[in-house]
Design a protein around this ligand. Structure first.
Ligand SMILES: NC(=O)c1ccc[n+]([C@@H]2O[C@H](COP(=O)([O-])OP(=O)(O)OC[C@H]3O[C@@H](n4cnc5c(N)ncnc54)[C@H](OP(=O)(O)O)[C@@H]3O)[C@@H](O)[C@H]2O)c1
Length: 277
């Protein structure tokens, strides 16, 4: 075979910048500003909860051509500022909602404590030190010895696992000691019902971290208030990488109209905040 000396997968594996980057984040919309601290900016955003349910923010990273995973994970799409914004959004949230597919693919861990200034501001708002994880799964195919269940801070309540009444009883029993397992539907979790439960538990802001299957249901049900989309400056192509778009599922019965609220940039990335109008 003719060798070109060029590895197709190399661009996906480029080393991520490691230098201090925080002061290089700039706002380019609405008013251009340099040297911005995204952590404070995201924390200060207004998030008025609609009646009966929390405000729902969806946060995703995608390549310019719309891929949300490379080799089954999102990590190769991110960068330092993307991770900073990921943490900033976690710093705002009372609860983090995630599909079981993402938990299995990304090896979820318990949320870490936010940096000191955010910790102080969370306490002042009456928020818990760390957001609580809420995993959605009909199959309950979740390892009860996984880090997200066993490594949590003893101060924190266990993660919530939202499931269905028809979930396998043996898996339910295995998870019962490490999670609060709640049924919100017979064969599919009813997302309106689940959000009402989270509202009753005091959640004001719920951060959804995907994946595309869960995103599709949330958008289809009109339950997303804010989309934070990090656009990674890469073209991935879909066939060999199992790349998927932001939403996986049938065409929505009506397109969701988004209003661009803000765009930040760093190292070729765009960090777009959209509000559902
Ligand atoms: N680029 C990014 O920002 C980003 C973010 C997140 C994820 N990802 C990528 O996306 C991929 C995973 O996404 P995905 O779309 O396959 O999965 P997903 O949306 O994370 O999870 C789907 C699973 O969640 C459960 N589920 C979802 N809705 C449910 C409902 N209404 N009732 C009951 N269970 C429900 C089911 O779990 P059971 O099968 O257990 O029943 C379902 O199989 C991974 O490759 C990950 O790396 C990328």
């Amino acid at each position: 075979m003719l060798s070109t000396g060029f590895e197709l997968s190399a661009p996906l594996r480029r080393p991520l910048p490691t230098e201090d980057y925080g002061h290089r984040v700039q706002r380019i919309y609405p008013e251009p500003t340099a040297d911005l601290d995204p952590t404070g900016v995201y924390f200060d955003d207004d998030r008025p909860a609609p009646p009966g349910r929390p405000w729902v923010v969806t946060n995703m990273v995608a390549s310019v051509d719309g891929a949300t995973a490379v080799d089954g994970q999102s990590g190769n799409l991110g960068g330092p500022a993307d991770r900073q914004i990921f943490k900033a959004l976690r710093g705002c949230a009372d609860m983090i909602l995630v599909g079981a597919g993402t938990v299995r693919a990304e090896k979820y861990r318990p949320p870490r404590s936010p940096a000191e200034p955010i910790a102080v501001r969370r306490a002042a708002r009456g928020q818990a030190t760390r957001p609580r994880l809420v995993v959605i799964s009909a199959s309950l195919n979740l390892n009860p010895e996984a880090s997200l269940f066993v490594d949590r801070d003893p101060e924190d309540p266990p993660p919530i696992v939202a499931t269905v009444t028809t979930a396998p009883a043996s898996r339910w029993a295995n998870l019962d000691s490490v999670a609060d397992v709640v049924a919100c539907g017979e064969t599919q979790v009813d997302l309106n019902g689940l959000l009402a439960v989270l509202d009753d538990l005091g959640a004001h802001t719920v951060l959804c971290e995907g994946g595309p299957d869960l995103n599709h249901q949330l958008f289809a049900s009109g339950l997303v208030d804010e989309l934070c989309l990090s656009v990674s400056p890469q073209i991935i192509g879909g066939v060999e990488t199992n790349a998927r778009s932001l939403l996986t599922g049938p065409v929505l019965s009506a397109a969701t109209r988004l209003r661009l609220d803000r765009v930040l940039t760093e190292d070729g990335f765009l960090f777009c905040r959209y509000l559902v109008s």
